[in-house]
Design a protein around this ligand. Structure first.
Ligand SMILES: [Zn+2]
Length: 74
């Protein structure tokens, strides 16, 4: 797994925590997100659906959005 940092505050993100917080998604899918170069991840504090979507700086694959509320967290 490569190292990921919060796009907003630069805090290092933790893979096992990320997996735990997104347990409703499959591990394979989370891996794809984690390794995806154009997907920016945020820590819990910085992740706020509305704010990020308004700013237009979040762009997840369609099925990610359809699954509803998902936190990208530490
Ligand atoms: Zn952050």
């Amino acid at each position: 797994m490569k190292e990921r940092y919060c796009f907003e505050c630069g805090k290092e993100l933790n893979w096992s925590g990320f997996k735990f917080q997104n347990a409703n998604l499959s591990e394979d899918y989370l891996k794809k997100l984690w390794d995806h170069n154009s997907v920016e991840l945020y820590c819990c504090e910085c992740f706020k659906d509305e704010m990020l979507l308004k700013k237009g700086i979040v762009s997840f694959p369609d099925d990610f959005i359809k699954k509803g509320k998902t936190k990208i967290v530490e």
